[in-house]
Design a protein around this ligand. Sequence first.
Ligand code: GLY
Ligand code: MN
Ligand code: MN
Length: 437
Amino acid sequence: MPEPAPLNLASHAARRARLADWLGDGIAVVATAPEAVRNRDTHYPYRFDSYFYHLTGFTEPEAVLVVVGGMSPRAILFCRDKDETREIWDGFRYGPAAAQTAFGFDEAHAIAELDARLPDLLGNRARLAWAIGDSPAWDARMLGWLNAVRGKARQGIAAPAELLDVRTCLDELRLVKDAHELDVMRRSAAIASEAHRRAMRATRPGRREYEVEAELLHAFCAGGAQAPAYASIVAGGGNACVLHYVANRDTLRDGDLLLIDAGCELDGYASDITRTFPVNGKFSAAQKDAYEIVLAAQTAAIAAVRPGAAWIAPHDAAVRVLTQGMVDLGLLKGEVDGLIESNAYNRFYMHRTGHWLGLDVHDAGEYKRDGDWRPLLPGNVLTVEPGLYIRPADDVPAAFHNIGIRIEDDVAVTASGADVLTSPPKTVSEIETWMQG
Ligand code: GLY
Ligand code: MN
Ligand code: MN
């Protein structure tokens, strides 16, 4: 049996208290994710809802959290009953009584009681919050309960007049990671870093992209991660110029680069790393020239990560270095400022330099506030991932055709700067030395 994820009750309880404060005299309903059929009677591996998990630490399907705000705040879990027969087939389930004690809820009930209890809980509350629009089926249930309360008007029971999206509050909570989350993310990053080191060592001409993917999966599992955080990209040669390449079937060729974008999920938290390196272990002159530009862009972007800096500062720093590099390599002609202004660099660099990272690989949280890029805060975690993608064209020097490079690390904003969580070999000499080992 795999070990259960270590519980961190204080963090989950603190988040529920913040939600209760935000609600005032209101109530929030947060459901976990449904199970999903893959085909016939086989399901996808179950993954809880990230918001629900952030508030509870509870990983079973068929569970709903109700948080009541106001003068006497309460957290109520609805979950599956104990069921000896189902537990013989599918494994342990807590049941409401044990879940209440183990996870520190004020109350817990069987999920089958949700329809009966929700209208009473909603009565005389000023506002009701849920993830509005996330699931049509769930919206319909919420509105059904709301109408059930409205049906009690003649008993003097008022329905909530205000409907709020609970994610307005929860996204902000998820943006700033606490010490426990940072610890889990550091461990997720360490497992993924080891996976990249292993994959680099296993790469050689003639192997298939999926054989290298197998090395990543081995390291994720052996390191204790529960799953890849997203479909791994193992892209040899020109496949690296397809940003979301996940087929991973081609044969790796001598003289090509290999781009690997892969991270794992540990106890809910994602890592997200990209490395690009030569299939034969030695960069050609053109590959090295292009690689050094992306590396310099990433170094400049990471240097721009610090508390108070605008979210977009690392991207702007990377774009400047990349655009200068495109001119130096003969990919673009003109002044750097003008090429940035006109977005001409988009031909070879068409994505942003990063995203929030956390329970979701593209994590929750806004990037702008009132029209301005938001300032970075200690506890934010983001990726820094500049790239250069050079498709063959008549006006592009042939030596650079089909070179696709991205370098991606996971970075935590600290009180004074940035902490890079990920660590596979990155410079040309680190990569070449590691691959010779
Ligand atoms: N692996 C997804 C991304 O880098 O954003
Ligand atoms: Mn990535
Ligand atoms: Mn990423």
